[in-house]
Design a binder for this molecule. Sequence first.
Ligand code: ASP
Length: 367
Amino acid sequence: MTQRNFISILADASVRSNPAALLPPACFVLQRDGIRPSGSATRRLLTILLLLLPFLSSHAQNCEYALVVHGGAGNLSATENDPVRAPLLYAAMDSALHIGERILSGGGEAGEAVLAVVSYLEDNPLFNAGKGATVTAEGAFELDAAIMLGKDLSAGAVAGVKTIKNPIRAAYAVLTQSPHVLLSGEGAEHFAAGQGLETVDNAYFATPRTLEWIEQLKKESGKNGTVGCVALDKHGNLAAGTSTGGMLRKRWGRIGDAPIIGAGTYADNNSCAVSCTGHGEYFIRHAVAFNLCARYKYLHEPVGEAADYIIHHELNANEGNGGLIALDKDGNIAMPFNSTGMIRASLYKEKNAPASVRQTGIGKNLK
Ligand code: ASP
């Protein structure tokens, strides 16, 4: 067996979930409750598993740190070729990677990197998060955000907030300074102010672009993108964060998937970190972020396979338009979407490599 064949057998999900499949049938004995490996077969199985260990964990040993960021999914065919907007979006993605890499390469934690990257994107008026947030049916701004740390499953989120300059920072304060996971509306604002976070008038979130939408709320296509970030640090910690102004023309205190732990945001050091973007109602119904982690953890699907299945089969472009970014605990990256585009960028730093490998895209192709 060539090494390539050997590795492709190991990569097979059914073999990884049942390594006994590698043993010849003679190694099994029939028991009342089913077929079990015989005593010598068990010893052989253990030996094989020990021999396989370096191969099974080779990627984990290779990844020093990794980070993926998104700036929203949707109908981006025009944006991709927009000579003004596309370069600005690429530059913003590049800055986001730079901010995250500075923290991760210095030994900082994944949560720290996610917080810094999402805060930067919230301050950037190009995105539907913080300044630049989309407008509600009443022509106001109501923001949602969440952050989760995979090391202890701690999480914090805020929903429907109107005066917190950086909702992701308020979400992080909920995580670190409160016994709760999700605070909403005025209560969340009161809490954030008490934590010394910067508050602003609701009009702060407006930009010339969003003011134009307020004037012509019919213009559905005028849409900025939600932002999100997932990171894996040098210590093996995963973290995820998402921040959004929600869906254009939302009403009645509507809350989307971004601040719902397990729907738009999830991180678990034993599986993956996930941040979603798209039509939130569908991402909530399909518990997309946790769903992906569960497929990875319990079905042993590679992160790319699990992400593709959810985005292209459970959701589809008509029902559940959008995408996600995900990183598994070994630094494998997935960025699928079923819309025409998703603003996204990733970096992967291999141990002992002189520099990280970066990729950025708006439409199907990555640069
Ligand atoms: N998922 C967000 C929401 O439904 C919107 C988006 O990602 O564009 O609130």
